[in-house]
Write a protein that binds this ligand. Structure first.
Ligand SMILES: Cc1cc2nc3c(=O)[nH]c(=O)nc-3n(C[C@H](O)[C@H](O)[C@H](O)COP(=O)(O)OP(=O)(O)OC[C@H]3O[C@@H](n4cnc5c(N)ncnc54)[C@H](O)[C@@H]3O)c2cc1C
Length: 400
């Protein structure tokens, strides 16, 4: 039985490892020269492989009717499962205090190379530098067609071509056009985990500053999502996990979006306690704040004419803490995301409900499966997306 895997990223490689255990004759076709090309640049070169906090509710999909199946899959194939699986492959890992998991080598490039060697040992054939732009499904086989009408015939196929983010490493979603012709519903592809572009009306002086804040994305008065995380101010707007985790919503809401950044809310209890008990009640609030946030940020609040800065702690004490914290909201208009070149993921792709999430088999064609980022599912920064790629690939290979 011949299995063709289109896409040699983490999803395709794990699918190949599992399918070869079943005695299938496995081939991987990829447009890059090396396997795991995108994997090799992940996590700032270190490869943030999974997260100890993996749980179904952190993933987002635009039209999820099989919530229960997604929950089952992510509960069975959780971080512990994946860590053991890596260990058995000879890839020991470690995690940071906040649960982000990396290989001990701290090298995503080493990991890609190592996995490609495992594939070689398992006699998996690799067709490098081969771009597939069409596929046809026949009762007994599936044909994949290369750019110069080269034809590859397989009994079964797993499509693991990933998303559009980071085209520098060969990312492409061209195959979705062929899948659409075969009857698959495709959600439009947009950048996700991308920096946000803002008007910078109230943050014009903050370029280069980096701090933790609560970031809340809103459409009019309704809150879309809040994220707590590190943010970095840049010449075009905002970068860092705190805002990147919100970026995919930009394309899903037709109305104008705003982002509210509050750096004080995380210190609410400390600030309240310290204002009450400070030995110098005449201290100006702008000086008091130096113990919590960068000086440049206080200067920006001054430029925004925040009148509370010049009040003494004695006066500040009279203001209810919620109102005080809220007075330090920085509200910006969001005007877009940066493009795919700067994104870590794309949102959209194959509608999740067209796949059985317990097996990754297509609901439309029983000899076709899908895995990884080609499916319409987004996780936050922190290893969640590689986790999805690894486990969905593994499941697809196991159930082929
Ligand atoms: C800079 C960056 C850093 C990231 N860091 C992290 C991180 O630390 N942790 C994390 O969890 N996630 C991270 N991600 C996201 C993560 O890389 C992806 O979620 C993951 O690679 C998806 O795996 P995949 O196997 O589905 O697709 P991919 O890794 O994209 O692999 C798909 C492969 O298919 C090939 N392909 C596509 N179309 C065709 C075609 N028609 N013919 C032939 N070949 C084709 C592609 O070139 C690619 O090699 C990062 C992404 C980027 C861009």
């Amino acid at each position: 039985m011949k299995l063709g895997i289109l896409g040699g990223g983490p999803a395709g490689m794990f699918a190949a490892i599992e399918a070869s255990k079943k005695g299938m004759q496995v081939s991987i076709i990829d447009n890059n020269l090396m396997l795991g090309r995108k994997l090799s640049v992940t996590g700032g070169g270190r490869g943030n492989l999974t997260n100890l906090g993996i749980r179904p509710e952190v993933y987002y999909s635009q039209d999820l009717k099989q919530k229960e199946n997604l929950e089952k899959t992510l509960t069975e194939y959780d971080a512990n499962f994946l860590l053991k699986y890596f260990y058995q492959l000879g890839i020991p890992t470690y995690h940071t205090d906040d649960g982000w998991v990396y290989p001990i080598s701290n090298s995503a490039k080493n990991l890609s190379f190592y996995l490609s060697k495992i594939l070689q040992e398992n006699k998996i054939t690799h067709f490098p530098d081969t771009f597939i732009d069409d596929l046809r499904i026949f009762p007994q086989h599936i044909s994949l067609y290369g750019l110069n009408n080269q034809e590859f015939k397989f009994n079964r196929v797993i499509i693991a071509t990933g998303g559009n983010a980071y085209p520098q490493v060969g990312a492409s979603t061209k195959i979705l056009q062929a899948l659409e012709k075969l009857g698959y519903q495709i959600k439009p592809i947009y950048p996700a985990l991308a920096p946000l572009k803002t008007t910078k009306k109230r943050t014009f002086n903050l370029k280069g500053l980096r701090f933790n804040a609560l970031c809340t994305l809103q459409s009019g008065n309704s809150i879309i999502k809040s994220e707590h995380g590190n943010i970095i101010f840049t010449e075009w707007g905002l970068n860092g996990p705190g805002v990147m985790n919100l970026s995919h919503y930009f394309y899903l809401y037709p109305n104008k979006l705003t982002i509210t950044i509050n750096p004080l809310i995380i210190f609410k209890n400390e600030i309240q306690d310290s204002i009450q008990n400070h030995h110098n009640q005449n201290l100006k609030f702008r000086v008091f704040l130096l113990s919590y946030i960068p000086e440049g940020l206080i200067a920006q609040y001054q430029k925004n004419q925040n009148i509370l800065l010049n009040k003494s702690l004695k006066e500040i004490q009279q203001i209810p803490i919620e109102n005080l914290i809220q007075a330090f909201d920085l509200i910006e208009d969001v005007i877009g995301t940066r493009d795919f070149k700067f994104a870590q993921l794309s949102t959209g792709g194959i509608l999740l409900d067209q796949v059985n999430l317990l097996t990754m088999k297509s609901n439309l064609h029983n000899n076709l499966s899908f895995a990884g980022e080609i499916l319409d599912i987004v996780g936050p920064c922190g290893g969640y997306n590689l986790h999805w790629a690894f486990i969905s690939g593994l499941i697809a290979g196991k159930h082929i």
